[in-house]
Ligand binder design. Structure first.
Ligand code: GAR
Length: 193
């Protein structure tokens, strides 16, 4: 049985790399990373394609704002479908996904978010949690629904904010937690679905 997954990201791709490394180390259950897709032509996540021998594809979002145009969303649906994925992972994909894409892959899209949802949804979540002064924050993996960052939570990992933490230190601690949480969730889903 195979469990192809497609990863969407806009930036560094450290979480995509955590998944790729987990697959290499046979720690990703039945999951196999079928493709990396980005809305940014120069995103580092795309360079992982060559390193890990996985297709890495840039698809124009059609606009400069925080969403995909309807036309672009159709292109995303077609390209993603061509890999017949069982799961689509949003790992730092900084565009709002609309209903056509969510409906096309109903119950198969998950998102990684750098806070303990429902606290601090949206962007700049790490900074907001830090500035608010919470003592515990973390990261969340949840199912994607039309409401932003509000779908059912699959799992979370907490991160304690110490007195000596700076925003940079906290950001690093959250990334470390994400690199553990996301592969654990993907592995688990691949084994139960
Ligand atoms: C991660 O911290 C992820 O939680 C966040 O973007 C970062 C991507 O890092 N996602 C969001 O903020 C979504 N609202 P990466 O490109 O190194 O994986």
């Amino acid at each position: 049985m195979s469990y192809p997954i497609v990863i969407l990201g806009s930036g560094r791709g450290s979480n995509a790399e955590a998944l790729l490394q987990s697959e290499l180390n046979k720690k990703l259950g039945l999951a196999k990373i079928a493709a990396l897709i980005s809305d940014r032509e120069d995103a580092d996540i795309l360079s992982l394609g060559q390193k890990y021998k996985v297709p890495a594809i840039y698809i124009d979002a059609g606009c400069e704002s925080d969403h995909l145009t309807n036309t672009a969303e159709q292109v995303y649906i077609e390209r993603i479908s061509s890999f017949s994925p069982k799961l689509i992972v949003l790992a730092g994909f900084m565009r709002i996904i609309n209903s056509p894409l969510i409906d096309a892959f109903k119950g198969r899209v998950i998102n990684l978010h750098p806070s303990l949802l429902p606290s601090f949804p949206g962007i700049d979540s790490i900074q907001e949690a830090f500035e608010y002064g919470v003592k515990i924050t973390g990261c969340t993996v949840h199912w994607v629904t039309p409401e932003l960052d509000a779908g059912p939570i699959i799992n979370q990992k907490e991160v304690h904010i110490d007195e000596s933490d700076t925003l940079e230190l906290l950001t690093r601690k959250i990334h470390v937690a994400e690199h553990q949480l996301l592969p654990e969730v993907v592995s688990h889903l691949s084994n139960v679905n």
